[in-house]
Ligand binder design. Structure first.
Ligand SMILES: Cc1ncc(COP(=O)(O)O)c(C=O)c1O
Ligand SMILES: N[C@@H](CCCC[NH3+])C(=O)O
Length: 414
């Protein structure tokens, strides 16, 4: 069920008028739906209800503490990639015992913080990181739970910038080195081997690459068992895609059932790290048309939202649906929807058939994941406000940044 629907020619976010929210709180503006976040999380959780599992929402997709708190209240775990994300989880009331720590470049300080908080597991991505973790754990007298992230060398069939499971990508440990590094992990005194992990990329719309990766990982788990290294959990990573346009990614239930079938009678707990599948379609990005301009056949709508607010179109040529908040009848024109930033690549969408006037509000759909979290202050643009709607209620979950905050910490020379 979609929580961003029209009623009486007006776009709603759950039961709130998007135009009213935009007028009250200003634009550009992110709006998230609590009901959608919860529904998406439950879809994952229900899909594996009969199997031991942990859903670790990937914080990088949308790390607002209100979003994390809504998921923590459902019992969610979290996948983090930095000490900053870990502190957000704690600030949001998340349980550190349900946190998995991914990422290729964890620092000693981040390891120490995570060990002291008692996280569920470190997803270690190299032999060098393994040695470092053993040293840090030994220094503070802890036993570090580890899983090794293995790069299964499968083509996820997604955009090259968001593919992570190929040999050429920086992520994970090469399959050929896996057994030797597991043996080393098992021998190190301050580590406890818990699991294996893989994550092959993001926005996957087919199930086959997941299954190919799983087959290789299960074969590895079987070889490890023969060597006396027993694995408790298999972390399948995130990556399940969402419909931005007409894609038809598998539903979590179909995806999970296929994975569980592949497990056979192996007694492995499954960990999932979904980000986009939970957050993307739970959010919209609202922007206002400042000016219309055109020459001949080329028409531009200049809007107050830009690539610094929502970089996916500029960075990956990602397509996200752009819809009017109050649709108009009558003739449409073919517009490029562009922002005020001084970059040719600053667009939110190209070739969109719309009937627009200055002052109109537009909603960029599917913006709940990798929207605000990837935003920047380029061109000294304060970052957008974020709202969460819950039925008829709307809550400010992040105030619009003030321009004076932009130079906080900067100093003039004496
Ligand atoms: C290790 C890891 N886990 C989980 C995710 C979340 O991915 P997605 O948002 O595609 O589910 C990512 C990002 O791709 C990741 O790098
Ligand atoms: N930021 C990317 C996904 C990268 C996932 C992070 N490993 C996107 O918007 O599609």
């Amino acid at each position: 069920m979609d929580h961003f629907l029209y009623k009486n020619n007006e776009l709603l976010a759950e039961d709130c008028s998007v135009a009213d929210l935009a007028r009250t709180h200003g634009t550009p503006l992110y709006i998230y739906s609590r009901a959608t976040l919860e529904r998406h999380w439950h879809a994952f959780d229900r899909a594996v209800a009969d199997h031991p599992h942990l859903i670790c929402y990937a914080v990088k997709a949308n790390s607002n503490i209100a979003v994390l708190n809504v998921l923590a209240r459902l019992g969610s775990g979290f996948d983090i990639v930095s000490g900053g994300e870990l502190q957000r989880v704690i600030q949001a009331g998340g349980d550190p015992a349900k946190v998995v720590f991914s990422g290729v470049g964890k620092t000693a300080a981040e390891m120490e913080m995570a060990l002291n908080l008692g996280i569920h597991c470190f997803n270690v991505e190299s032999a060098a990181e393994l040695e470092q973790l053993n040293i840090v754990a030994g220094r503070i007298g802890k036993l570090a739970p580890v899983s090794l992230r293995i790069n299964p060398d499968v083509d996820a069939g997604t955009h090259p910038y968001i593919s992570t499971g190929l040999k050429d990508n920086k992520f994970g440990i090469a399959m050929e080195q896996a057994e030797a590094i597991f043996a080393r992990a098992a021998a190190l005194p301050n580590l406890k081997v818990k699991g294996v992990d893989c994550h092959i990329g993001s926005q996957l719309t087919e199930i086959q690459p997941f299954l190919d990766a799983m087959d290789r990982m299960l074969a590895l788990i079987d070889r490890l068992a023969e060597q006396g290294i027993h694995i408790e959990h298999f972390d399948v990573g995130g990556g399940l895609g969402v419909p931005y346009d007409d894609e038809t990614p598998p539903q979590p239930a179909v995806y999970a059932a296929a994975l569980i079938e592949r497990l056979g009678d192996r007694k492995l707990k499954l960990i999932f790290e979904p980000g986009r599948a939970i957050a993307a379609n739970a959010g919209i990005f609202v922007t206002q048309v400042l000016y219309l301009k055109g020459n001949g056949d080329k028409h531009f709508a200049l809007v107050d939202g830009a690539m610094n607010d929502l970089i996916r179109p500029a960075l990956y040529s990602a397509w996200q649906n752009i819809i009017p908040v109050n649709p108009r009848d009558g003739e449409t024109l073919n517009y490029d929807i562009v922002g005020p930033v001084c970059e040719t690549g600053d667009f939110l969408g190209k070739d969109r058939e719309l009937n627009l006037a200055a002052g109109d509000f537009l909603a960029v759909r599917s913006s709940g994941a990798y929207g605000f979290t990837m935003s920047s202050n380029y061109n000294s643009r304060p970052r957008a406000a974020e709202l969460m709607v819950d039925g008829e209620q709307a809550y400010v979950i992040r105030e619009r940044e003030k321009v004076t905050q932009l130079w906080q910490g900067e100093q003039l020379l004496p």
